[in-house]
Ligand binder design. Structure first.
Ligand SMILES: [Zn+2]
Length: 179
């Protein structure tokens, strides 16, 4: 049981900061939604459909429309251009210079080279996020859930992230790290 005496000044301060961070994160949502939609359109134009194996894996992790997915291999995932994206990466750690895969609903970015040999599990992981976008009903509703979980639980313990890791692990048991 928790009592008032458990609330130390430090704890109180961190709760206040958490609230502040959360509201700041939510302010980013409309812009983040536009950014995701813009990159999804680019990937849908320039990317390639999933292989037949990829389609089966996508269906296995719960994607309703695997045929809509396109994958675009890029030298660097274009996530760090500008102040907004740098700020966004604080709330969405999946966006970083170490990012090797990123799911933007039906558009999936894969970084060239780093995915070789792990491509199948990486794509399955990103497809699990596609399934979450579908289940959420849209880009912004996905982002609200995803950001809230990252802020509340931390990126690696966020239930949606853990679900994607677990789903990809079932496709390819060697996967044990999130992307
Ligand atoms: Zn992920």
């Amino acid at each position: 049981m928790k009592t008032d005496s458990d609330v130390s000044p430090n704890r109180f301060f961190s709760v206040i900061m958490m609230g502040k961070t959360a509201s700041l994160g939510l302010l980013f949502l409309p812009v983040a939604g536009i950014w995701v939609a813009w990159h999804e359109r680019k990937i849908l134009r320039e990317g390639v459909p999933l292989s037949s194996q990829g389609m089966m894996d996508a269906a296995e992790v719960g994607v309703r429309h695997p045929e809509k997915i396109r994958v675009l291999q890029v030298r660097n995932i274009p996530v760090l251009n500008g102040r907004f994206i740098r700020a966004l990466s604080k709330f969405w750690p999946e966006i970083s210079t170490h990012t090797i895969g990123l799911c933007l609903r039906y558009g999936i970015y894969l970084r060239k080279g780093t995915a070789s040999g792990r491509e199948r599990e990486l794509i399955a992981h990103e497809c699990a996020h596609t399934a979450q976008y579908e289940a959420s009903g849209g880009i912004v509703t996905f982002l609200v859930r995803y950001f809230s979980e990252c802020i509340h639980y931390g990126y690696r313990s966020a239930p949606m992230e853990m679900e994607a890791v677990e789903q990809a692990g079932r496709i390819s048991p060697s996967v044990n790290a999130s992307k």
